[in-house]
Design a protein around this ligand. Structure first.
Ligand SMILES: Nc1ncnc2c1ncn2[C@@H]1O[C@H](COP(=O)(O)OP(=O)(O)O)[C@@H](O)[C@H]1O
Ligand SMILES: [Mg+2]
Length: 218
């Protein structure tokens, strides 16, 4: 597998609101090597989500650069950013962000359909990844009839179904009780390791963060 390095250099970010500027990230640098598991830690409000959104090319910043294998990503236009995201990233949002009008397997298959797979193949692949996360027995459930832990396993399946290089996970177990949190985290960590994916995870849980091989504390 080829090396794929994502490099953040001297990133600073402020939010501006009603003439006030609120400095959130100051001079953050980070090298993400393929196969890394990076924990982004810090108390609530410290900028974890802000940083993940920057890494994910979902938001702009004031200073610094982000590059991937020496290619500068900072100045891509929004279409190029979308394409880069589609080809390289899987996102796991803190609040699952499942589409309420689609059942579980349709939610998981959606990224494949958007990438041009036909429905049968997308459904088959969705089913395979849902089996890995032992959520295939809830395929036909809509999000509002799934527990939090189940919704999160659907959301994780959706993020991984495209086999992305980078998994960006924003407190993926933040809303779960400790038993489900361990279960979901262990599934995620094992899968990411077995597929040689790179995981960037925000968490305020020290025990989970201690399992990372790099840590950035905000
Ligand atoms: N769009 C925004 N506009 C203004 N301030 C924001 C915005 N998003 C986040 N913030 C502020 O930035 C700080 C960091 O937020 P966030 O990155 O969500 O932190 P965390 O994920 O670590 O809890 C918070 O104080 C929050 O109020
Ligand atoms: Mg957050």
């Amino acid at each position: 597998m080829s090396e794929s390095n994502l490099i953040l250099k001297n990133i600073s970010k402020s939010y501006y609101q009603a003439n006030n500027s609120l400095s959130i990230l100051k001079d953050i640098s980070l090298e993400v090597k393929s196969g890394d598991f990076i924990a982004v830690t810090g108390p609530s409000g410290s900028g974890k989500t802000t940083l993940l959104n920057l890494v994910g090319l979902l938001d702009t910043f004031d200073e610094g650069t982000i590059s991937f294998n020496d290619k500068d990503l900072t100045n891509l236009n929004s279409e190029q950013k979308n394409k880069f995201r589609r080809n390289n990233y899987g996102f796991i949002y803190q609040n699952y962000n499942l589409l309420e009008n689609f059942n579980a397997i349709e939610n998981v298959a959606l990224p494949l359909i958007l990438n041009g797979y036909n429905k049968d193949e997308a459904t088959q692949r969705a089913e395979n990844i849902m089996r890995v996360f032992t959520i295939d027995d809830r395929s036909l459930h809509f999000p509002n009839s799934l527990s939090g832990g189940e919704q999160q396993r659907v959301a994780i399946s959706r993020a991984l179904v495209n086999n992305p290089k980078f998994i960006i996970a924003d407190e993926p177990t933040g809303n779960l009780d400790s038993k489900n949190s361990d279960l979901v985290f262990n599934y995620l960590k094992n899968y990411v390791e077995s597929e040689k994916m790179t995981l960037i995870m925000a968490t305020h849980d020290d025990e989970l963060a201690s399992k990372a091989n790099k840590r950035i504390d905000l």
